[in-house]
Structures are given as structure tokens and as C-alpha cells.
Design a protein around this ligand. Sequence first.
Ligand code: MG
Length: 325
Amino acid sequence: MPDGATAGRRVRIYEVGPRDGLQNEARPIPTAGKLRFIELLVAAGLTEIEVTSFVRPATIPQLADADEVVEGLGRHAGVRYPVLVPNGRGMARAEAAGARALAVFTAASDAFTGHNIGMTIADSLAAFKPVLDRAASLGWWRRAYVSTAFGCPYTGRIQPAAAIEIGLRLAELGTEEICFGDTIGVAVPDQVEELAGLAIAAGLTPDRIAFHFHDTRGTALANVAAGLRAGVRTFDASTGGTGGCPYAPGAAGNLATEDLVYFLDASGWEHGARLAGVLEAARFIAGLLGRPLASKVGQAGGWDPATGTATSMPPGAGTSMPPGN
Ligand code: MG
């Protein structure tokens, strides 16, 4: 691609694999394995990596080592490691461990927050205020999730105005980025464009909006394309496609980072990550979890348009395939 052809075509990939990807995994991953995974993500060129959550250890046993993970992070210029912080107690732990960026988590549905965090949306916003104030005073970067922004597993379709209203309240609380999550993977592109357009019209500038898509029904990349058309430039993804849908065992959840990177590369978007490096990290975490990669590009590899052959396949994978139609 000629110089300048990608000017202004810059996307931020927000990696959620170490936190969202692992939190529901039953097999315990040792802290050293998580830290190695994170180092591989950095080596792959990812610069925003949500690394853990400071919830009560009994709530999410897989992330009970949050303090050790943050204390063990390698420091790299230009790399940000947000942590999920649910309350003041979590904030104190995150601070002591040396975190410098955080995310808070609520939803567009009271039924969902009730089941998921045991609070109403209003209660969650009230609980976040002191946490976000403290983080701001420390100069931390601050993100907020609006989960179930398109649909709720308990109450059904969520109207965009409801999700946007929560997003605006989180913006008023001083979060720099609002991430709308399709938690159960039900959104389609027209709904993404509608939500983005209405959010921007309501005063959330595109640089403050992120999307977190799930591929549960195969719509995640189509939804990314819709978000891009609407002017949004930040998308969450999980290397290895970890973080299945908690409501359907075995079903896909988080959009895989390698699938997103392939899509962005082939579309001429700059993002800074390298597919081969992402796939190396994906294979590493799949190995620790003891199962094959669920992502499309993890199975098929990338593709070299100069030669027509697959790229970044696992060592020993076949390189020829029989002709078919
Ligand atoms: Mg997710």
C-alpha cells in the first residue's frame, strides 16, 4: 500500500484476553503463565491489555492472583495495562499493586447488573464515583463498560437510548472511554450503526466510544465493520477467542484478536499488532487451557495475497490442501 494510503486509518485494539478471556475458565492458569501470555501480547504489538480484575477472589477464583499479576507486569513504553475495579476495596488493592489504569463495569439492564454484580445500575454508578474520583486524582486512565448494550439475557432487546443514557452518566463521572458491550452476541450491523450514530449525536465523541463484540452468532466482524463506518475506532478482542459465552457452554464469546487483526490488515487499517505474534500468543494460551484454538484465523492461518498461501500456521501444519469447491 503506498505511503499515506492508510493515513487516518488507525484503529485501537483493546485486548481483553487475560481478564475477560480467562475469568470464566475453570482450569487454573498459574500466575507465571498469565504473565508470559501478557508478554507475548506485548511482543505482538498490542499496547492496551486489560490484565485482571480486583473483584473479591472468591467471586472469580481464576483472577484471585490479581495483585501478583499486576506486580509482575513488565513495564514497556507506550503499553497500558487497565484492571477491572468494582469498588473501593478493589481500588485499594489495585493501587497497592501498582496499577495505573482501570475499567469499571455496569450494564444497560438492571436485571443483568442484579444477576452479575448484585446491584442496580444506579447503585453501581454511585459505587463507581469515589473509585473514579480517586483514579482521576492519581492520573489513571479510566474506561467504563456498558454491558448488555444491545440485548439482555433476562429482559430481551435493549433500546439504544437506554444504553446511551448509561454511557453519558459514566462520561459525566469522568471516564475517558465508554465501551458498549454486546454481552450475549445478539447485535447485527444496522443496530451497531444506529447505536454509534445516536451516541455521537448525544455528545459522546467517537474517540470516547469503544465496542466490545461477541461472536456468539457469527456477527462480530460485521459489527466491527459497521462501527468503523459510524466513525468508531476502538474495538475489544481476546487473543485466542477465549471467554466463551457464559450462557451457552461451548459457544463462542469474545471476538478473537487474530480474527480482528486479519480483518483490519486486509482492509488497510493500521493498528500496530502483528498477526504472527498474536497467533503465537493465542497458541500459548490455548495450550495452557488444554484445547484447540476456537478462532477462525487460528485454524486457517492468515493469507498471503502475493502467493495465495496460508501464513502463520502452527508448526507442522499441512501447507497444501486438495482442490475443492
Ligand atoms: Mg466479553
